[in-house]
Design a protein around this ligand. Sequence first.
Ligand code: SAH
Length: 357
Amino acid sequence: MIQPIAKKDIRKLSLQELEVFFVAMGDKKFRAKQVYDWLWNKSLKNFAEMSNISKATREMLEKHFVINHIKVDQIQRSSDGTIKNAVKLFDGNIVESVLIPTPKRITACVSSQVGCSLDCNFCATARLKRMRNLNPDEIFDQVVTIMEEAKLYHGRPLTNIVFMGMGEPLLNYANVLSAIEKITSADGLGLSPKRITVSTVGVCKMITKLADDDVKFNLAVSLHSAINETRSRLMPINNSNPVEDLAESLRYWYAKTKRRVTYEYVIWEGINDDEVHANALAKFCKIIPSKVNLIQYNPIDDGEFQQADPEKVAMYMRVLEGQGIVAKVRKSRGQDIDAACGQLANKNDIHPMLDND
Ligand code: SAH
C-alpha cells in the first residue's frame, strides 16, 4: 500500500530552502520571498489568503505543506485587564501565554516549552512534566496572537515581550533564538530586541553562550536567594549551578554585552525574609550592574509557601536602596485568572495529555 506523504510544516524551511523548493518546482526564485513574507511578516494562517500568489501555486503549496498555526483554545480576562490564552499546538498540547497591560506598556509573556523540567518548589508549571520544546513558529505565533489582542482589546500595540511563561527558555536555546530572530527582523515583526527579556532559572553554561552569541535582548535571572543552601532548597537547579557559578557566568555576560541583568526575587515567610538573605542579595547585586524586581508570591494551592510580611519587603528595600541598588516591588497581575508568575499550569482541564500524567 502506498503511504500518503506527510505534509511538511512550511515554517520549518528557511528562505533559502524555500527558494530551492520553488526553483525545483519550475517556479521563480522570488516566489519564495513572497510566500516567506506572508508567513513571517504578515503571519497568515492559510495559503488561500496569499493574494499575490496564483491559485495553482497555492494549491501546489497546499499539497506539500501545512501551516501549523497555534489555535487559541480559551481566553480568560482578568479584572485588571490581563488576558490569558490557552493555546493549542498542532499536536494537541497546550501552553499558556499572557497579555499584561500597564498605562505605558503592553507586555506579552510567552511560553518556551510544554511544561517544564525544572522542579522549582514554588512554581505551578513545575508540576507539569516537560513534554517538549516549542518550535520557533509556536513561540512567534504566541506573540502575533497577543499583538492582535492588544489592538482588539486595548486599542494599542504590543510593546514588550518577556519569556516568563511556561518552560525554561535556555533549555530550548536554538528555537528561542530563532523565534526572537523572526520577531525582531525586518522580514518578521520588526520589534526591537531591547524590548525583549529572556528569563532563566540560571543555566550558567547557556548564559555564557548567550554572551558568546552576542544577543541583543535583555536577560533576567530568577534568583530568589543568593545563599546556596536556601536556593538549592527552592530550586534544585542550584545543586548543579550554584551561586558562585551563576556569578561567574553573569560576569562573563556583562564583560561581553555591557548590559545589566534583572534579578527576580520572591520573599517568602520564614525562608528568605531576614537580613542575612537581604544582605546576601545586595552583595550579589554588586557583582555586575543589575536591578532587582521583588515579585509578589502567587499562591499555588498547597500552602507550603507564604508571601513574606510587608515589613520584611520594606526591610529588603531599605537594605538594597541603602547600598545603592535599584529595586522595585512588583505587583502581581492576573492573579484572579491564574495568569500571574508561576501560576501557568493549564489548570482548566482542557488538556487531555497533561491530565493523564
Ligand atoms: N524558567 C524561567 C522562565 C519562567 S519565568 C525562569 O525560571 O526564569 C517565571 C518567573 O516566575 C520566574 O522568575 C519564577 O521564579 C517566578 N515564579 C514561579 N512561581 C512563582 C509563584 N508561585 N509566585 C511568584 N513567582 C513565581
